[in-house]
Design a protein around this ligand. Sequence first.
Ligand SMILES: Cc1ncc(COP(=O)(O)O)c(C=O)c1O
Length: 503
Amino acid sequence: MKPALLTPETMSIKGIDLLKKIQDDFIGLDTKYKLADGTISPRIYLDSTASTLMMGAAHRASKKFLNHYSNTHSLLHFSARISTKTYAWIHNRILDFVHADKDEYTSFFMGSGVTAGMNRIAKTLNRLRPERDIVLVSMMEHHSNDLPHRKHGGKVIHIPLEKNHQMAGKINTEILEQYLEKFSDRINYVSITGLSNVTGIINSINKIAQIVHKYNVYLVVDAAQMAAHVPIQMSGFSNKDKEIDVLLFSGHKTYAPGSPGVVIARKSFLNAIEPEEVGGGMVDKVYPDNYFVTKKFPDREEAGTPNILGAITLGSAIHILDTIGMNNILEEDKNLIQYTMNKLTEFKEVHIYGDTDIQNCPRAGTISFNILGMDHGLVAAILNYYFNIAVRNECFCAHPYVQEMLSATHKEQLENCESINSNLSWKMEPWMGMVRISYGIYNNIRDVDILVSSINKLITNKNYYKSQYKIDENGDYKHINFQFSSDDFFSLTETIDQEIKIL
Ligand SMILES: Cc1ncc(COP(=O)(O)O)c(C=O)c1O
């Protein structure tokens, strides 16, 4: 159960080999659907930013664990001992994954993604230093790293982004520093994304930590996207200012659907106040009129029975990612992004959002774009119905960021935008959205080539495809004579009936 002992010399080569092996071992890579033109083809999954597919090896490891399944928090019966020890191993494995010193930091699970943990951290940090009433977040944040701070953290101020020819880039660290100076001892913490879920732009989190700590302000990192794409180092620097105080990520975006959200935080923060949630498992003694919270981590932060099975899948996935080497993963990812950018920028009709100078503004995992003159909803629907490419569209829970980029980038084009229904078009609401493609480690050049040739066909036959859709009362594009029935592909009741029959 120990992490694989790969030396730095063998790591990279073995890591790449392992990556190649693991790339085909994901559940759902061969899922097929019938398309609007009657053909049946395998789905190309380009929606990993929302949720990744299940890593086969991690899923199998967690299935094996089920033979020993039992609740944790006991070392008595054999299965309880296995569960408790395995569950503890995962917490340590996560600390290793993000290079967080085990004396300083703890990891704990919360909810089903970053959102629950971020709400908790906002409340915790607010209670820790109530005299500091300001929180800084950036303009590129997902709502889950903005609204929790507005509700629980204090007064939120949004840090603007760097601009390169009107294209939004990374967080503007000069302006960040100006805010830190201006509001100095009123700012409690800064909470920023490590990697944008809209553009894939990567922020230099340790550099930002160094700036923030000069002002005795804490740094929280939303690593919902970063964790599966970029190596993370929370501590272990000769300059302690570079350390990250709190970091959160989502198991379901890290190849372990159904797993919990992860919080890694300084124990000193958590020790200073009573945990927000109370219940079983986090107390040493309870009396009718009093109770004593345990000093043990992570127990004191995890009230109630945890999502043990999900945590085991996540621990397995993290272990595999780390064995591949996050540097190797990032390198492959960047190559795929560069390849996609090169291909997409050949289309004059395609506009990619955010700074496209990857040297200046590195990206991983995600690209959002629009085909000028076509609604994002229509493009996403055509890619899905005719080419079996699963993408996401609209504003990706980052309304301020998407709005800013849309309105800054092409006001004029928007005015000339054709649409099937002008009431719902960009003409009326230029901020309405984008099309987002996003990659996991299972995606490859072939997927990009299929995407690019599909976009080419889409642009060439734009009028034909447009004529095949109408907009329903919810503003969604519906094909005029093809209907997808999810029951044709999966019905839970039928699946259960089949399972019962087999018995
Ligand atoms: C950057 C970022 N932060 C936070 C979240 C929220 O994560 P979850 O939905 O897993 O709670 C997401 C989800 O897409 C995200 O992309």
